[in-house]
Write a protein that binds this ligand. Sequence first.
Ligand code: PMP
Ligand code: GLN
Length: 383
Amino acid sequence: LRAADGTIGTTIFAEMSGLAAGTGAINLGQGFPDEDGPAVVLDAAMRAIADGVNQYAPGRGFPDLLAAIAEHQHRFYGLRLDPERDIVATAGATEALAATLLALLDGPDDEVVVFEPYYDAYAAAVALAGARLVPVPLRWPDFQPDLDRLAAAVTDRTRVILVNDPHNPTGAVFTPDVRRRIVELAEQHDAIIVTDEVYEHLVFDAPHVPIATLPGAWERTVSISSAGKTFSVTGWKIGWVSGPAPLISAILTVKQYLTYVNGSPFQPAVATGLRLPDAFFQGIATALREKRDILGRGLSAAGFDVSTPSGTYFTVADAAPLGATDAADFCRALPERAGVVGIPLTAFASPENRAEYATLVRFAACKRVDVLDEASRRLSLLG
Ligand code: PMP
Ligand code: GLN
């Protein structure tokens, strides 16, 4: 049993949020906002419940949600999706990832090239599919992959190149060269690109570029996103997967047996959110950028070396200047020492590569400004 042999253990998020709850520390570990999303979106969910949208949704999702997803991808990226064939709504990006990897992978001869550190659900889903993970390192402080290492990792055994852009846990946004090279390598080796873009609207410097929009990419790319981050509703677990109809159809086949369907009254609410004016989407990126800067200044003042993320909820800080030699030990002690929780980057790496990230810690900036100020004050007493 993979769950019993240690291949798949308790997620770091459960461990660290438990530590935060147990100690009363400020939780800059698990990435979730501490303020609700837009009132029109919340109201739409309450209205849907009151209006009786409480039974099973259709297998792909309600047609109006699928239409809203297609409209959103056309408005922001110029993509033209067929809502009835190219999209499936899922129980968050997590189920989209699991259904996609289970649909596409076929045992130990299939390899998945993944950028390390990686979101922990990736390794678990690849393990459940019985396939092999081939990590390509992203290195401090810019966390862009070395293109030669990437090219060496992709071979004819590669079934999937698993992309996460903007990237959790590093906050990196891939450069145009990296994106182009991924598509070239996928074409050369006939691999499928699976791209997790849940932070698509949380980018700080330039508009997000989905890899599916690159020349040659669409026909071999499965794109995954979710409402959780964009609308500050991480507990709703409404996600979606989009791409060419034959791939999406295989993924739907698997999804039926994972959850069948999910989140009926939240689906119309997410459709409302996806149709909000551009100003909403610009506003969330601007607000988060300010929070990133507040957290970054606080961490620097406390003595960390700090990387500057281009997107996502997260900032990576090096605790070596504070005397840390092992980020996991440092993070387990941090609630007692400073009343703050962070996540060691080693939790996002394969055991054999953890040394690369030994002293790095991920902190979440998606909190109220007064909470970030208080966390900064507490961390300043670490020294
Ligand atoms: N992918 C990444 C990169 C994430 O950070 C998260 C966490 N929110 C997920 C997937 C899971 O998303 P959801 O909550 O929609 O399942
Ligand atoms: N995506 C969030 C994070 O990276 C939460 C993940 C989770 O709780 N599974 O912190």
